[in-house]
Ligand binder design. Sequence first.
Ligand code: SF4
Length: 193
Amino acid sequence: MATDDGPLVGAIALTRTLPCLAEPGKFIVIGETDAAIDGVLPLLNAILPNVVSYHPFSGVMTLRRRPGLITLYPDQVMITQVADVHEGLALLASMRDLLNQTWARRDEIQPRAEGRRVPRPLDVYELLPRTNCRACGEATCMAFAFGLLESRHQPEECPALADPAFAAQHQALHEMLPPEEGKEAPAINLQAL
Ligand code: SF4
């Protein structure tokens, strides 16, 4: 339990693992914190470069990691694409340290309370051909959707999206996703529809 000058979180206990849809063979790891962590989220929102989304009213933040995502809830941490329990425990311990180190600097960090939103994996998945053809190198379109959100892939790696029949979806993906570093999003000919 947090005290005025002690750590915010004493431990994050691993409570559950689930199969990871984003990368078959890997796991989602869920841990419970022994203290509420929503108070540290505006501080993380101010200092971390890898915030994917932040919903201040529900106290939920998602961070990008490579590979995978980390979602922070008021008393839970969920991490995707984890190799095994050993890695899951190490990642939860790192998250506890990050939360505590950030909380310890709370007097010097200007909190950023406004929310951020980026698309959810399902938003991206629904724009893909959903044939699971594997031409992009991923086993499923859902795995490719996670890869797009994590900037591991670009839409052009899905050959089916080059078909004029998918021009609108292709365009929507580029509007939804951040452009690749140093590159403009390519113009897509919607007239070809
Ligand atoms: S190439 Fe496109 S259609 Fe095929 S699995 Fe990848 S995302 Fe799905």
